[in-house]
Design a protein around this ligand. Sequence first.
Ligand SMILES: Nc1ncnc2c1ncn2[C@@H]1O[C@H](COP(=O)(O)OP(=O)(O)OP(=O)(O)O)[C@@H](O)[C@H]1O
Length: 233
Amino acid sequence: MERSVDHRTPAAVALRGVTAGYGPRTVLRGIDADIAARRVTALVGPNGSGKSTLLGVVSGVHAPASGTVERFHRERPALVVQRSAVPDTLPVTVRETVAMGRWAHRGLWRRLTADDRAIVAACMARLDITGLADRPLGALSGGQRQRALLAQGLAQRSDLLLLDEPTTGLDAAAQAAILGVLADLRADGVTVIFATHDAEAAAWADHRLHLRDGRLSGGDRHPVPAPGGSAAG
Ligand SMILES: Nc1ncnc2c1ncn2[C@@H]1O[C@H](COP(=O)(O)OP(=O)(O)OP(=O)(O)O)[C@@H](O)[C@H]1O
């Protein structure tokens, strides 16, 4: 169900009794959680516990088999996939990759406006990849590719940003830079959810949801954010 944003509610997304999977295979079971609006939530759990599937459900690209996903955000969610999900041979430059973030607004293959190009340039600058703009995406290092995909997510200008392992495999400086970008987005009122195996990044988030075998096994399922600041996780 789509609704306009209600600033009295602390939830950007409310999941109730969500079950989801692939064909006959059930992966997520009985997920009940509220995602705090304008906060950063980390989704943690072992390999195969269902983190990426839950991001897909929250983003709307993966329909639940049962249960409800209630939305209180305004924009179409922006989902940033794992860098390993993008083939090395994809024949696009970094600038084109980031510009794809504007397709939701302009439609596929439509010419970008001057505003779109300014947004793309600003997102590349924010992720410090302006110097890589004309390089093929497949020729980048893992960390550079990660930043290009995050810039594509930012270019969507959504108020709900979902990231699949945004800091995995990055060095400490690159991780800190990405968390800095997420903190800026939070200050701008964006709700961020990211899946991670990185304990430091999870500890940095405002809230955590722990998944185990497709069930929530702990964390802040129904957080009430502290006014004007980060709620403790
Ligand atoms: N397209 C698919 N078809 C069938 N099963 C899938 C598909 N994608 C994921 N799965 C299965 O769903 C389960 C959850 O996978 P998911 O990718 O959501 O977990 P994850 O917690 O993100 O794992 P990881 O930490 O390894 O990225 C796994 O058992 C996986 O094999």
